[in-house]
Design a protein. Sequence first.
Length: 291
Amino acid sequence: MHSHPAKGRLAPCPATSWATRMGKFDLSGKNVLITGASSGIGKELSRCFAAEGANLYMGCRPSEKDQLEGWAAEVEQAYGVKTATFPIDLASDRGPEELHEAARKAAGKIDVLVNNAGIFRYGSFHEIPLDYHDCLVRVNLMAYYKLMRLAIPHMVEAREGRVLNVVSAAAFQPTVYHAIYGAAKSFVQSLSEAVNQEVRGTGVKICTLNPPYTDTALLRDGGFPTNIWWLKVSGLCDAGTIARKGTRAFKAGKEVYIPGFINAFLHTILIRFFPRRVVNAISCWSLRVRA
Ligand SMILES: NC(=O)c1ccc[n+]([C@@H]2O[C@H](COP(=O)([O-])OP(=O)(O)OC[C@H]3O[C@@H](n4cnc5c(N)ncnc54)[C@H](OP(=O)(O)O)[C@@H]3O)[C@@H](O)[C@H]2O)c1
């Protein structure tokens, strides 16, 4: 009879306290590697995590180096936590590996990985340049899974650790006119939920934060139209609110968190009652530019 190859390595972790058994996580004194911390949701998450006493190891693109360094100094002064910045392009061939290595060297140990960096462009799949698609897949998909693959073994070994993947409400159904963006988010959602099952009982947990459309540079620079039907109904969320709610859910041990009751109902429950072609038609209708 063959024994399961992963059994020994994934032996259950003895729970240390009531809070740990309930899946709660205390961020105080933890070392957090967060990508895309120079703006939007990532910046607001870094603020919330620092307010909880976490040390921040923050990434951005090389072009935003000065801005991130300024933000790190502000955070250190306001919250008295340690910070370090890593201006590394996650779209480059070995960007994720370089970031992980540099952050581990600086921190000694990564307790929490927040995969957040992302790019977006609105438009027809066949008209957006192939180079842009390549870049999106590298940043929104490959960097997420590579950083998970690099960080999780150390967490399992330490019998404690968390990954927070900033995904999107777009992960739960196809998203027309940002098809590749939605597809990359679905990949990360599926990966997160599967790996979370695999590491159950090891002291490690993979959580996702799934914001609805939020007012950040991502949408503004990506040409997201303001006159689509969906926005008329839902409006745009605020990055600070998403980060505060997301941090609360993460600390509470919530594995998949969609901010807002209506969003959660719509994206996880209601869509299950409709055939896929109806969901796709509604998605197309609600996300199409209106004259
Ligand atoms: N805004 C929304 O509606 C929304 C909704 C759901 C989910 N999300 C997700 O939330 C996450 C954060 O997005 P956001 O809305 O806060 O956008 P944002 O303000 O544009 O922030 C994106 C971050 O990613 C970084 N980044 C982009 N390309 C990179 C690269 N090649 N290498 C390293 N870092 C890179 C950016 O760094 P620079 O500052 O250096 O460019 C920036 O810090 C993304 O994963 C996005 O998909 C956003």
